[in-house]
Design a protein around this ligand. Structure first.
Ligand SMILES: C[S@@+](CC[C@H](N)C(=O)[O-])C[C@H]1O[C@@H](n2cnc3c(N)ncnc32)[C@H](O)[C@@H]1O
Length: 141
């Protein structure tokens, strides 16, 4: 199968006072009404893990577990993966001149942003319905 192309629509900017996504000029029209949403989903390129070695990673050991477990990359949020796509749900604080100010993001300053989607009620699940392996059970606390 031929590879797909993706193009950055913006970039993550983090400084001492704020954290925002700066949308590149040609895509700003696509932000219309985004300020009406309280949360957004940001899809971004894990740019510094876009290496042959990181893309070949299929087994990982998630950090900070009390007992280390080697698991498949698709059972993890590892930044090393065949397609280095990051996904983060963030609170949208304000929108100004093509800049989406957010409460936080786990992408580094300068990270390319691939897409923005509004967070909708159907995206959330009751905690009781979420099944997790035992090494992630503490995340429910
Ligand atoms: C564990 S990944 C999870 C990313 C996302 N929340 C997800 O689930 O897809 C988050 C980590 O990726 C790393 N990271 C963030 N931006 C990056 C970039 N542009 N290149 C490489 N690593 C990055 C940071 O260390 C950050 O803590």
């Amino acid at each position: 199968m031929s590879p797909f192309g993706v193009y950055p629509i913006g970039e993550v900017k983090i400084d001492q006072d704020s954290c925002y996504i700066e949308i590149h000029e040609p895509y700003i029209l696509g932000l219309r009404h985004i300020e009406k949403f309280g949360h957004i989903i940001v899809l971004w390129w894990i740019s510094m893990r876009d290496t042959t070695k990181d893309r070949a990673t299929l087994l990982v050991t998630p950090p900070r577990l009390s007992k280390p477990v080697e698991t498949g990359v698709f059972s993890s949020r590892s930044p090393s993966r065949p397609n280095p796509i990051g996904l983060t749900k963030v609170k949208l604080l304000k929108v100004e001149n093509g800049k989406l100010f957010v409460d936080r993001i786990d992408a580094l300053d300068g990270t390319p942003v691939l897409d923005i989607k509004p967070y909708l009620p159907g995206d959330s699940l009751p905690l009781k319905d979420i099944r997790l392996p035992e090494w992630f059970e503490s995340l429910k606390d």
